[in-house]
Design a protein around this ligand. Structure first.
Ligand code: PSU
Ligand code: MN
Length: 305
């Protein structure tokens, strides 16, 4: 491997690594393809601040001009969120985008790969990808899921969106040996909604308990990630009927327009935001901020164990 050729650290993250401080990774697809401008850039900056306020150093990850960048400045985040048409980069796209010196926004899968190579153990996002509805026919299963089975990074999220088949997503994670942990919940959360009807594998209630679980998996040498799922705060959760309606409509439109491959998730996210008149965006922002606080505390606990 010759990572040094392709990976560049911000001064802040480099210093944190030298000083042994807790670092939290953040993805950039959510900035470039998951939220509209300028809410995307504002949220990304606020999320970084919440991570600092909770004692950790944020490392937003993206590919810029053919380099994996670990830790972005405000200008970089604005560039990814507004000034460039950074392409969505999952595992299969990393080498292509680096080789062609393009800009790329990393998904959960790609961010996990970059975080692991940078020695970052905790990664905060909004929601993970999953098995799409009718995935048993279309084979549309997010590359995030097998990545969780092979790359040793803990992903703190608000579960998976109900645009996905959550039952099959849980089955796939089980097959790939990924522990799905509820943070202060017994049920796997469904992103905008606090419950999905599917139980988690176990529940934890504190950052220390979560950190201990991660340590045990590491000490056992069991490779692979873990999902720490925490529900959207009660006050920000969406009405389930309103959400089902928006999901149904957006899925029908995706089918009509023959949306395929990596465009499916960004298309659905965008249509749901339009159909709910921005309500889903508010919930999205609230839940990622909540995840940021939880993830930073877990990283701090992990660092002091
Ligand atoms: N789910 C969200 N918001 C997002 C994504 C998923 O609620 O922004 C993004 C993440 O980057 C995730 C990716 O890794 O979409 C999954 O895309 P796909 O389904 O094409 O694998
Ligand atoms: Mn897909």
């Amino acid at each position: 491997m010759n990572l040094a050729r392709w990976v560049a650290y911000s001064d802040e993250v480099q210093q944190a690594k030298t000083d042994g401080l807790p670092v939290v990774a953040l993805e950039s697809t959510i900035i470039a393809h998951g939220m509209p401008y300028p809410a995307n850039v504002e949220t990304a900056m606020e999320v970084e601040k919440i991570i600092r306020d909770n004692g950790a150093i944020p490392a937003t990850i993206a590919i810029m001009k053919g380099k994996i960048r670990i830790g972005l400045s405000e200008d970089d985040i604005d560039y990814i969120g507004n000034k460039t048409s950074a392409q969505k980069v999952s595992r299969r796209d990393i080498a292509i985008v680096l080789a062609k010196k393009r800009d790329g926004a990393t998904t959960v899968a790609a961010t996990m790969i970059c975080a692991e190579s940078a020695g970052i153990e905790v990664f905060v996002t909004g929601g993970i990808g999953g098995v799409h509805k009718k995935g048993e026919v279309t084979m549309d299963i997010s590359a995030d899921l097998p990545e969780l089975g092979r790359t040793s990074v803990t992903v703190v999220c608000a579960g998976a969106k109900a645009i996905l088949d959550i039952g099959r997503t849980m089955e796939f994670l089980e097959t790939h040996g990924v522990p799905v942990i509820g943070y202060q919940t017994d049920e796997f959360p469904a992103f905008y909604i606090r419950s999905s009807g599917y139980p988690v594998n176990t529940r934890v209630d504190t950052p220390e308990e979560t950190a201990h679980l991660i340590r045990v998996q590491r000490e056992m040498g069991i490779r692979g990630g873990m999902v720490i799922a925490t529900p959207v705060p009660e006050a920000d959760a969406m009405d389930s009927a309103e959400m089902q309606n928006a999901i149904q409509k957006s899925l029908e439109e995706a089918k009509e327009k023959n949306v395929r491959g990596k465009d499916v998730t960004p298309f659905l996210l965008n249509r749901i935001q339009e159909i709910t008149g921005g309500r889903s965006l508010e919930a999205n922002i609230a839940l990622i901020k909540n995840n940021a606080a939880t993830g930073a505390r877990i990283a701090v606990a992990l660092n002091s164990q």
